[in-house]
Design a protein around this ligand. Structure first.
Ligand code: CP
Ligand code: NVA
Length: 317
């Protein structure tokens, strides 16, 4: 066979970029994406339905999802594209064939891939070998789209995206790691109040401290940590994929519940955030979740506007 008939298995030269970690964006790009999300939110009743015209995006979900899946599906739909929702039953990523081969094939059909899975390294491998944008919709390590929309919510509520004190209370998980990553790009005070047995990723924490953009500390005393907080943030004590550790996590984190007593020690205008789904009565009480400080449903709504902004930002190349 003539060599010219053999198409190399490597990437097409199509320019594209990925969002597999917050650090795929520069500080300037975070700020621009925030502005774009705010514009898109204003246009919500008359969305630009042409941006993804003739595009099909693949949504690969290996874990359950309400907000992320639905907001991406609606976002793609409102931008004029279509999507295919895929669970592990269909692709069996890394099992039926290598992740690299699956990435190469998917790139021949799709215009973009959104993936929620367990290992961050699987998302990175997919992104490395795909020649269409790959967006991380949550791994055990990170939840970057969540944190991008949360900073939009903070901007709406506080009127600024820097110079605030955010106290994350609870399990040092993917959401905590994403806050730590964002703290290297924007400037704020980040206190992670957690037990010695539920710390966030050590490497990510160290990088955030060394970056020097934000003041980043760990506290084991939630009562003391929330003093002067503008934002209290919490999440489930046992994440998806870690439910087998539920009993030990609950024991370690019992003193880290976000409840009325704790909230009274924060700034009087403090907002309370939770990425949801919440386990009411565990990491957060009904009183707080349904109280006047809670912005959790605004947070959930902003996922939609931010997913659009992230997609459009990636397509700017
Ligand atoms: N916050 C969030 O990612 O929710 P889902 O797991 O429902 O997508
Ligand atoms: N930390 C949680 C976030 C869910 C959106 C989890 O990974 O289950």
């Amino acid at each position: 066979m003539s060599a010219s008939l053999v198409r190399p298995a490597g990437k097409d030269p199509r320019p594209h970029r990925d969002f597999v970690t917050e650090l795929d964006f520069s500080r300037q790009e975070v700020i621009e994406t925030l502005a774009l999300a705010r514009e898109l939110k204003e246009l919500r009743d008359r969305p630009d339905s042409a941006a993804l015209q003739h595009q099909t995006w693949g949504l690969i979900f290996h874990k359950p999802s309400l907000r992320t899946r639905i907001s991406f599906e609606v976002a793609i739909d409102q931008l004029g594209g279509s999507h295919i929702y895929l669970t592990d039953n269909e692709i069996q990523l890394g099992k039926r064939e290598t992740i690299a081969d699956a990435a190469r094939v998917l790139s021949r059909y799709l215009n973009g891939i959104v993936i929620r899975t367990f290992k961050q390294s699987d998302v990175e491998e997919l992104a490395q070998h795909a020649d269409v944008p790959v967006i991380n919709a949550l791994t055990d390590l990170l939840h970057p789209c969540q944190i991008m929309s949360d900073i939009l919510t903070i901007y709406e509520k506080l009127g600024r995206y820097e110079d605030f004190k955010l106290v994350y209370i609870g399990d040092g998980n993917n959401v905590t790691n994403s806050w730590l990553n964002l703290s290297t790009l924007l400037g704020f005070e980040l206190v992670v109040a957690t037990s010695p047995d539920t710390l966030p990723d050590a490497g990510i924490f160290e990088r955030a401290q060394k970056a020097g953009s934000s003041r980043v500390v760990i506290s084991h005393d939630p009562q003391e940590a929330v003093h002067g907080a503008n934002v209290i943030y919490t999440d489930v004590w046992a994440s998806m994929g870690q439910k087998d550790k539920f009993v030990e996590k609950e024991q370690a984190l019992r003193a880290f519940q976000v409840n009325g007593d704790l909230l009274r020690k924060a700034d009087k205008d403090c907002i309370v955030m939770h990425c949801l789904p919440a386990e009411r009565g565990r990491e957060i009480t009904d009183e707080v979740m349904d109280g006047r400080h809670s912005v959790v449903f605004d947070q959930a709504e902003n996922r939609l506007h931010m997913q659009k902004a992230i997609i459009l930002k990636l397509l700017e190349v």
